[in-house]
Design a protein around this ligand. Structure first.
Ligand code: FAD
Length: 804
């Protein structure tokens, strides 16, 4: 017999919650509904702390004053599109009270982050916990509803990658079949207190984002169950997802997995969420705790013998696992890898946190994404491509070029995909770096950070932004599953990306409102196709190819005169920009709104031939009033006008002034790089930092450009790093570290020069940090930077002899 409390809450859910969920067609509505009333009272003896594991935020829950018996990772439910560690405190608090040290991550949610983002996050968190615990034997994983499916998907991932599995797992009403093929979806539709099958299908489609519902990581019911850890499964007899559990148990048992299963009467889907009210919920969680604890104890006994082996000791002159660890596989990381490979320094690896190489040009897939530097200049000089199809390369062509570089230089064997650097720590005794990644730890003599500067999207802190009910995304996370046809679309921002995608989407949408804070300077784009004859000559006549590149280089470089020497010289650019406006925008009023009020170059100058004409179309509105508030279905501006918005697209750029972002780098004496950079980032020629021996950066502070190809700058830095490594090997030097006073003098001189440039003429740009310091751009000619980086000034460095 079920308790009256279980009856009562099931009835309440069936009459109030279920009909509202069935009608919530938009993810945001369903999200609000699922998250409403999530106010679990934390018992006094527990401590809930916000925290981060592997850069993923979440909550730690522990009991005061008692040593935890084991560690528990809880993956919350919510259909992959809703809920958080906070909403799921009924689980985490219960387990903490049972003696577990609990972490619940806020993994990324769909539809903004569809499959497999949640699994990626869960895996990163899990592996980081394993590392910090020194193994998986004292770790268990639990999950409810979608979190149960996610737990199983995580197990598949770990087993496939031969990574350590936890001591046991516990699943509560797990959602294991996104294809919704179980008979209970129909049979129990009426009796289920929470779902109609249509709502389940809708949730699945939102998470899958076009992926196959039968993919074993999306629907782990269809996965190979062999070798999974012992599992406890609790489900409800009359819930629509009952057969997600019954079939799972059947298949897991057939595959030889140790399964403890119980089907509970009356109670509803995920009833343990109501543990303060329903006795069955507490009973279920108590059973699960006992099961998990028993398996942790067994695992501990099983691994005790292995633990008696002597602890690894890094000897003073130990050889590293790899000589060089490069972090990042964009232009700079791949460029570094090619040069190391060609120099015969074969012991290196490239870490890439995602499943594909390419950096910027993998992430930015928005319509019309192109580069504003000519193709033959925006490529590596030591990996030339002669058949660029246009003067300015498009994103797919650059992406293909980078893949081609990997194949041409046989780099695939060096690249570790899906491997995120989590912590690089310098060990003074051995002179080596301990590199902790999401895929395990190793030692390296040199670490080269090539993580780029523009990879963390900036979303403005607009009032009410979280209340928006429709889909919204940043241009660097374009949602290709969303059909913009006939929609009212609000685009926020008029930077380099927005001016490229606005003309592309304008033709599809019913209404496009473009919210502009500052008008950009836009110049004509001298783009054209490169014909077969030119391509032939570029391939077969090396001198022609060299001259072509030089011509492009000097055309761009001339701009540096205006940017860094005499801003008044940019008057010509100003005239060109105004002429383009006059030619393409007949309306005087619109022209006035599109005319910038600052010096060209102070913010990045943009190039486009179709941006202005797009803004003259009747269904496109340039809005210059400030945004007062984002509402669920509209945007309200300071002039009191409210405009409908079905979709919001943020073309608001990147967080560029702290490029390392969440990367953890600990140097000599335990000093962390983020602490050393608390007052703003700085480095010696953007490449080396005092206190961080044998650590290099490519595209570090003050190496960006406003006028020419950054690839030229990358190549100068790559050559410098290679020279450091090669010379150290020749001279028998073990470590190299820039002297603090040299680096400080260098930066003072740099900031002094920057004060006279166009970037200091008063506009607000992403080149400046919170203190108004320009920490992103090189203040001069690129050939000057190249000249300074051509030879190492060894007086700037402290070195230490020793075997290399
Ligand atoms: C939309 C857009 C347009 C641009 N257009 C231009 C242009 O027209 N002209 C121009 O000169 N520049 C342009 N840029 C700048 C562009 O970023 C650089 O030109 C260049 O591509 C940067 O290359 P990178 O290798 O340094 O960094 P990225 O391309 O950002 O690559 C860094 C790589 O490091 C990986 N990574 C990061 N952290 C970790 C970690 N912890 N562990 C493992 N891997 C990690 C990332 O996943 C990524 O693959 C543009 C940038 C953007 C975003």
């Amino acid at each position: 017999m079920a308790s009256w409390q279980a009856h009562f809450i099931s009835l309440l859910l069936r009459t109030t919650f279920k009909p509202r969920l069935a009608k919530a067609l938009e993810a945001a509505d369903a999200r609000r509904l699922l998250e409403s009333g999530a106010a679990h009272k934390v018992p006094d003896d527990l401590d809930v702390q916000p925290g981060e594991v592997a850069g993923i935020p979440g909550e730690w829950v522990v009991q005061h004053g008692s040593a935890p018996r084991a560690n528990l990772l809880h993956l919350h439910g919510g259909g992959y599109f809703a809920c958080s560690a906070r909403t799921h405190r009924p689980y985490t608090c219960f387990f903490a009270a049972q003696g577990f040290r609990v972490f619940a991550p806020n993994y990324r949610l769909a539809p903004e982050h569809p499959f497999p983002a949640a699994i990626d996050d869960a895996q990163h968190v899990y592996l980081s916990l394993v590392r910090s615990l020194g193994g998986a034997q004292a770790l268990v994983v639990t999950g409810d509803s979608a979190g149960g499916g996610l737990t199983l998907a995580l197990m598949q991932r770990l087993r496939e990658a031969q990574q350590p599995l936890p001591a046991a797992i516990a699943l509560f009403s797990p959602w294991t079949d996104l294809a919704t093929t179980g008979p209970s979806a129909i049979e129990n539709e009426a009796s289920c207190s929470m779902f109609v099958s249509e709502a389940i299908r809708r949730g699945a489609a939102g998470y899958l984002g076009g992926a196959d519902a039968l993919h074993p990581h999306a629907s782990p019911l269809y996965a190979d169950m062999r070798g999974l850890p012992p599992m406890l499964v609790h489900a409800a007899e009359r819930e629509a997802m009952r057969d997600d559990s019954t079939r799972l148990v059947e298949r897991a048992r057939a595959a030889g997995v140790d399964v403890h299963f119980k089907l509970w009467p009356i109670v509803h889907h995920d009833w343990q969420m109501f543990q303060p009210f329903i006795p069955e919920a507490r009973e279920s969680l108590t059973m699960a705790s006992a099961f998990l604890r028993a398996h942790v104890a067994q695992a501990a006994v099983a691994t005790a013998a292995a633990a008696e082996a002597p602890a690894p000791h890094v000897a003073r002159n130990a050889a590293p696992d790899v000589e060089v660890c490069i972090v990042g596989s964009g232009f700079s990381g791949l460029g570094m890898a090619i040069r190391l490979e060609r120099a015969g320094i074969g012991s290196f690896c490239v870490l890439e946190q995602h499943g594909e190489i390419g950096g910027t040009w993998r992430d930015n897939t928005y319509p019309g994404c192109t580069c504003d530097i000519p193709s033959h200049l925006y490529s590596l000089s030591f990996a030339p491509k002669t058949d660029w199809s246009r003067m300015y390369p498009t994103q797919p062509e650059i992406r293909a070029y980078l893949h081609d570089c990997v194949a041409r230089f046989d780099l695939a064997k060096r690249i570790r995909l899906n491997t995120r650097l989590e912590h690089a720590a310098y060990d003074e005794a051995s002179g080596l770096w301990t590199v902790q990644t999401s895929g395990g730890s190793f030692s390296a003599r040199f670490v080269v950070s090539a993580i780029g500067g523009l990879h963390r999207p900036a979303i403005p802190a607009l009032p009410g932004i979280e209340s928006f009910a429709g889909p919204s995304f940043h241009s660097a996370r374009w949602d290709h599953t969303l059909d913009l046809k006939g929609k009212h679309v609000a685009v926020i921002g008029t930077g380099a990306s927005a001016i490229q995608f606005v003309p592309q989407i304008a033709a599809q949408v019913a209404q496009l409102d473009l919210y502009q804070r500052t008008a950009p300077w836009v110049l004509p784009k001298l783009d054209r196709a490169i014909g077969p004859r030119e391509q032939w000559a570029l391939r077969h006549v090396p001198l022609y190819r060299t001259l072509w590149r030089w011509r492009l280089y000097w055309r761009q470089e001339m701009l540096a005169f205006g940017f860094a020497v005499k801003p008044q010289l940019l008057d010509r650019a100003k005239k060109m920009g105004l002429r383009l406006l006059r030619k393409q925008v007949p309306s005087e009023e619109l022209r006035a709104q599109l005319t910038p009020s600052y010096q060209p170059g102070c913010k990045r100058i943009l190039i486009s031939n179709d941006y202005f004409p797009t803004l003259t179309q009747p269904h496109v509105k340039l809005v210059t009033a400030g945004i007062r508030e984002v509402r669920p279905h509209s945007v309200l501006t300071d002039d009191g006008v409210e405009r409908r918005a079905d979709v919001i697209i943020y073309g608001t750029g990147f967080q560029a002034t702290n490029t390392l972002g969440p990367l953890r780098v600990t140097g000599r004496g335990g000093v962390r790089l983020d602490e050393a950079w608390r007052g703003g980032m700085h480095a010696y020629y953007g490449t080396t930092v005092p206190g961080f021996p044998n650590f290099f950066m490519i595209s570090g502070p003050n190496t960006g450009l406003g006028h020419n190809s950054v690839i030229f700058m990358f190549e100068a830095q790559i050559g410098y790093v290679l020279d450091c490594i090669a010379t150290m090997r020749q001279r028998g030097l073990r470590t190299l570290e820039v002297r603090a006073h040299v680096e400080a003098d260098h930066n003072e001189a740099l900031q002094h020069r920057l004060r006279r440039t166009v970037w200091a003429t008063g506009c607000r740009s992403w080149y400046l940090d919170a203190n108004g310091r320009n920490v992103t751009l090189w203040p001069g000619f690129t050939f000057d930077y190249w000249r300074r980086m051509r030879r190492i000034d060894w007086r700037a460095y402290r070195t230490q002899a020793g075997p290399v």
